[in-house]
Ligand binder design. Structure first.
Ligand code: HEC
Ligand code: HEC
Length: 312
């Protein structure tokens, strides 16, 4: 116990120096950050698409209409409010990126089962600029009314978190390429490369993920040893930080306005950890995370992100 204040002081000092050094950098070159470019777009395809067990069909142009996203399995979730299914102007439909299931893609976020309070706080932070996502959420949060935000928050908070990522440790990963939907896909030419200190996420089934199938998940590769290292850090802090379970709940499913971490896309978790560090996330509640993150090395962040994505 006597060591705790000293650890906190050390953490605070480090937070301050990191904040000054790197404020607001979005790391576009990192695999967990938003890709700066689409390396190879998929060819246009006007054919109607279907999915197993769905009676609906959509063309790819319809699937990618962010104001009118597909709802493949309307009987698999409660009736969503209008804001989730229909967009207008800058206010794109929440269900397009987060899916009607809330599980989202690695480039967006898993909203299923987050508390409504937490979701509303994030909308506020995106609006005020305390949290920044220039491509997507900053504009959307400004365009949404308080009432729409409240309806969306209530809807996503009511949805169950289902397993959506399979996490596999590997020394080498398939070569990948950035394509539509700001997602990484296995490269057609085959081949592998060393994983390095990265989490690499690809769709389990490229075509189904492109179609925004809420039942087709992702495979995440993480360096060998990540899951054990991540588990130890999450459960005990590993002498470097505080155990995540203290605030995020013993089951890591969130506690009040503190978000669930279990089942988050590893690419999303890693991205947020860096963004607490560099000031992209600076909301009132983010100060607590700046303390937590201060002494973590890249290897720790990657291990934590992989482990959290592997539990549900
Ligand atoms: C065009 C795609 C897109 C649409 C539409 C969209 N989002 Fe997002 N959303 C994102 C992305 C991308 C992120 C991740 C930002 C980041 O990494 O910081 C995100 C993150 C969030 C978060 C933060 C989650 C967390 O765990 O902190 C919330 C809350 C959220 N969105 C709510 C909404 C709501 C409500 C709507 C509808 C009004 C909506 N989003 C519409 C792309 C979208
Ligand atoms: C002292 C309490 C506390 C501890 C300990 C803590 N967190 Fe947090 N965490 C928070 C709070 C509060 C937020 C919400 C921040 C915000 O609203 O900006 C948060 C948010 C996060 C987020 C963003 C989630 C999302 O959906 O966007 C991640 C990722 C995260 N924490 C990871 C961790 C990890 C990993 C650990 C352990 C190494 C940890 N936290 C330990 C309080 C804590």
């Amino acid at each position: 116990m006597r060591n705790v204040p000293r650890l906190l002081v050390a953490l605070l000092v480090t937070v301050f120096s990191i904040g000054v050094a790197t404020q607001g950098q979005m790391h576009p070159d990192k695999p967990w950050a938003f890709p700066a470019k689409v390396e190879k777009p998929f060819p246009e395809d006007p054919a109607p698409r279907s999915l197993p067990g769905s009676t609906r069909t959509y063309t790819m142009a319809q699937v990618d209409d962010l104001a009118n996203p597909p709802d493949w399995y309307p009987d698999q979730h409660p009736a969503p409010p209008a804001v989730v299914v229909k967009g207008e102007g800058a206010r794109l439909a929440c269900g397009a990126c987060h899916l009607m299931s809330g599980l989202g893609h690695p480039e967006s976020a898993n909203l299923a089962g987050l508390s409504a309070d937490y979701i509303l706080q994030q909308i506020k932070d995106f609006r005020s600029g305390a949290r920044v996502d220039p491509m997507r959420m900053s504009g959307i949060a400004k365009a949404v009314t308080d009432e729409q935000a409240a309806e969306a928050a209530k809807y996503f908070a009511s949805l169950p978190r289902r397993p959506f990522n399979k996490v596999t440790e590997a020394a080498d990963v398939p070569n990948t390429i950035l394509r539509n939907g700001r997602m990484r896909y296995v490269a057609e030419g085959g081949g592998t490369e060393p994983i390095g200190t990265r989490v690499i996420t690809v769709p389990e089934n490229a075509e189904r993920a492109r179609q925004r199938d809420p039942f087709s998940g992702f495979v995440t590769y993480a360096p060998v040893g990540s899951l054990a290292r991540g588990k130890a850090l999450v459960e005990t802090g590993g002498g470097k930080t505080l155990a995540c379970t203290i605030c995020h709940g013993g089951d890591l499913k969130g506690f009040g306005s503190i978000p669930a971490l279990a089942g988050a896309h590893p690419v999303y978790t890693a991205r947020q950890m860096y963004w607490f560090k560099d000031g992209t996330r600076n909301g009132a509640m983010a100060a607590q995370m700046k303390l937590v993150i201060a002494a973590l090395a890249d290897e720790d962040i990657v291990a934590i992100a992989a482990y959290l994505g592997s539990i549900n």
